[in-house]
Design a protein. Structure first.
Length: 369
């Protein structure tokens, strides 16, 4: 095999597929990036058996072939080469030569035939969404997935399609994030649970252009994202997702309408007094036309008054400040509505059309008052 391509093209391609290289594995072949030049295009592939990424790059194929190179070594070499054409050639299945200007590397390789290819998937059942929308939906929900495997369901996000609406849901046992998106076309109803890791990696890869589209295909066990010469194949999380609708209530005893930036900045300031790992709640005291936010820790205390519009009863309630910050940061509206039943019931932050709903469980604040 002998191929020639610009360093910039190679760096971009390697960066994309590297996201599917496992950090730990007992199979050395999975630590590799496959360079496939057996057809008329140069394909780079990585696969950790849960997530696989394939992308094509521009270049010249002088002689066809296929080889697997250790991803860490290969990506470091490529990144530090001069900004010029890079030549990659193989003399045997176990050796590759990488040349750029006066730099020449000779590195160990593995046979491309031993590589675990991406599963062949019929991409017939698919939806289309813009890169911008997908990136935004992930950004606005991914923070509330669980970061451990205690409950596998909580490490993924529900993608639920009903006619021309896509609903994306995440939860971690303390909060729920929901985003609803209107699709251009109507589709058959479908529910799948997509691993959070897959969505995090995709949101890093896609450019986020409003006029660039992502084609999302489904099978029983896999989801496929296709965009900009790149294919991402991921296993789905098996099982039935939590019954979210039973947790959502439209009843409330207190509704607060407040400037989002003022509220966010106030909570952000309050967290200056919380040491890492400390679980001090922020207490919100809602009276008449104001919200008083208070926090007390070993470092000190703070209280601040924010003007708001209130419907219903006065209320004092406590929250983990990080959960409020996470939700408020991803809401684009200037004003937000917060709905409460009582000091022990969840708070809902949602807009009129319910295009976003953030449910946050309160915490016991008696010891902090």
């Amino acid at each position: 095999m002998r191929i020639i391509c610009k360093k910039s093209n190679l760096v971009k391609g390697v960066s994309i597929v590297s996201k599917a290289v496992p950090s730990k594995t007992t199979m050395p072949i999975l630590e590799c990036i496959l360079i496939d030049a057996t057809t008329d295009v140069i394909k780079l592939t990585a696969n950790d058996m849960e997530l696989g990424i394939e992308t094509t790059i521009d270049g010249i194929i002088d002689s066809r072939g296929i080889i697997a190179l250790n991803a860490k070594i290969f990506s470091e070499i490529v990144r530090k080469l001069p900004d010029n054409d890079v030549v990659i050639e193989t003399e045997s299945d176990n050796q590759a030569i990488i040349t750029c200007e006066k730099a020449k590397f000779n590195i160990a390789a593995q046979s491309g035939d031993d590589f675990s290819y991406l599963p062949a998937i019929e991409r017939e059942d698919f939806i289309t969404i813009s890169e911008f929308t997908l990136k935004e939906v992930v950004r606005q929900t991914i923070f509330s997935i669980a970061d451990n495997d205690t409950n596998k369901m909580m490490t993924g996000e529900l993608f639920e399609i009903d006619n021309d609406v896509l609903r994306v849901v995440s939860l971690d046992g303390h909060r729920i994030s929901i985003r609803k998106i209107e699709l251009k076309d109507a589709y058959q109803p479908r529910k799948v649970i997509v691993p959070g890791k897959t969505l995090q990696e995709i949101s890093k890869i896609i450019g986020g252009e409003a006029d660039a589209e992502v084609e999302i295909s489904f099978t029983k066990n896999h989801i496929v994202f296709e965009f900009d010469r790149t294919l991402v194949v991921s296993r789905l999380i098996e099982g039935e997702y939590f019954r979210i609708d039973q947790m959502l209530s439209s009843d409330y005893e207190t509704r607060v309408h407040v400037n989002k930036k003022e509220l966010l900045d106030c909570i952000d300031r309050a967290t200056l007094l919380i040491k890492e790992g400390d679980k001090k709640p922020i207490i919100i005291d809602i009276k008449n036309e104001s919200m008083e936010l208070k926090i007390k820790s070993q470092v000190g205390s703070m209280d601040e008054l924010i003007f708001c519009t209130k419907d219903g009863k006065d209320l004092m309630i406590g929250f983990n400040p990080k959960f409020l910050i996470d939700a408020l940061r991803v809401i684009e509206d200037e004003e937000v509505d917060l709905y409460f039943m009582n000091a022990k019931a969840p708070c809902f932050i949602k807009d009129e059309n319910q295009s976003y709903i953030y449910l946050i469980l309160p915490v016991n604040f008696n010891a902090a008052v």
